[in-house]
Design a protein around this ligand. Structure first.
Ligand SMILES: CC(C)(COP(=O)(O)OP(=O)(O)OC[C@H]1O[C@@H](n2cnc3c(N)ncnc32)[C@H](O)[C@@H]1OP(=O)(O)O)[C@@H](O)C(=O)NCCC(=O)NCCS
Length: 178
């Protein structure tokens, strides 16, 4: 009796047999926007926002983006160089935008841009930017693979390529390069 040829897998059958963690997700999935108002408890003795408050907002905004991308719980593994460009005063609005730039295996680089807005004049200016690395963890708090990210626009592809280089430099600095 002759054997019938193996059935060709349909796209939906391939998708069904592919682990969720292997299916790439667009950058848009992780896009996160967060708006805060600078209150007196956020300021330093000069009336400007305390840097640690901005860092905490950056961390939260970045973590939300990483969770949106991965659908997993994440921890902050590192925050790269952070520069405060201009002071932000009490009563002003702070807008944060974050998205996933690059995915390794269990880690993601998220870029966060912070703009401040003077509500009296409507003038908005760039106040800080940061790159953070988040690692996804399983229920036993062990690193777990994250779905790849698929950059689609020219800008997303540029960020992806730059993030890949930053990752190599970052891991070298942390003594974790392969
Ligand atoms: C982040 C953490 C989970 C990494 O654990 P680990 O045992 O070093 O795990 P691994 O060596 O397997 O690395 C896991 C991933 O983290 C990345 N990583 C580890 N240290 C890193 C660092 N300093 N900077 C950036 N990425 C780092 C690795 O590159 C790897 O990513 P990949 O899978 O995409 O290649 C662990 O260090 C940890 O739990 N840190 C505390 C996190 C925390 O509490 N954050 C909140 C602080 S307020």
């Amino acid at each position: 009796m002759s054997k019938s040829p193996p059935k060709k897998k349909t796209n939906s059958a391939i998708q069904a047999s592919t682990p969720v963690s292997a299916i790439a997700r667009p950058v848009s999935r992780s896009k996160t926007v967060m708006t805060e108002m600078v209150l007196p408890q956020h300021t330093n003795s000069l009336g400007g926002v305390f840097g640690g408050v901005i860092m905490s907002w950056i961390d939260i905004c970045g973590a939300i983006a990483a969770q949106r991308h991965s659908g997993l719980r994440v921890v902050t593994a590192s925050i790269d160089y952070l520069q405060f460009v201009q002071p932000v005063l009490s009563g002003w609005t702070v807008n944060l935008r974050a998205s996933v730039n690059y995915v390794g295996k269990t880690s993601m680089e998220v870029g966060v841009r912070v703009d401040a807005e003077n509500p009296m004049t409507g003038v908005t200016f760039h106040t800080a930017s940061a790159y953070l690395t988040f690692v996804a963890l399983d229920e036993k708090m062990r690193p777990i693979p994250v779905p790849p990210v698929e950059p689609q626009s020219e800008e997303e592809r540029r960020r992806f390529a730059q993030a890949k280089k930053r990752r190599e430099a970052r891991l070298r600095l942390a003594g974790k390069a392969n």
